[in-house]
Design a protein around this ligand. Structure first.
Ligand SMILES: [Zn+2]
Length: 163
């Protein structure tokens, strides 16, 4: 792990990893997986669940892992913008939202943005949790399990961060 990153709680690193991993999942599986249906983090482990039409093959999972680790190695900023909700929706549309709705009474949103080194959008999400300042502090992540729930059309990807 990069120097100074151990100051972050493991959960903060693992939560930030969810954003990094989501970007990689969408790049490999495409628009079918734009919607996050649930997340879980415990210590340096986490699980991301997204919509999916099928279970990815081992080669696709290897690409997802490699792409995620490339963004970690690039150590790009995790940008956070606090915006009026209507303004955020005007600028970014529905891309900021997950399958679980943000309550209607919430009028300001924290928009978390990660850009790839070439400037293209990696991940954008309305999220009010704590994040590391840059992706380098996530540290190397290893996918430990992928499970496709056919009846729900949901893919769950579990990961573990290097301590
Ligand atoms: Zn977040």
């Amino acid at each position: 792990m990069k120097a100074g990153c151990s100051l972050y709680p493991a959960e903060t690193r693992a939560h930030t990893a969810l954003h990094v991993l989501k970007g990689a999942v969408v790049r490999v599986l495409g628009e079918q997986s734009l919607l996050t249906t649930s997340t879980w983090v415990g210590g340096s482990k986490g699980r991301l669940a997204v919509t999916a039409a099928r279970k990815p093959g081992p080669e696709e999972l290897a690409r997802i892992e490699a792409l995620a680790n490339r963004i970690v190695a690039a150590d790009v900023p995790v940008e956070v913008y606090v915006l009026d909700r209507a303004e955020a929706e005007r600028l970014f549309g529905g891309y900021i939202y997950d399958a679980f709705p943000v309550p209607a009474e919430v009028r300001r949103l924290s928009i978390v943005v990660i850009r790839a080194p070439d400037g293209s959008l990696w991940n954008i999400n309305a999220c009010n949790k704590e994040h590391t300042a840059t992706t380098g502090c996530v540290g190397e992540l290893r996918l430990t399990k992928a499970r496709f729930r056919r009846s729900k059309g949901v893919l769950e990807i579990s990961f573990q961060l290097r301590e």
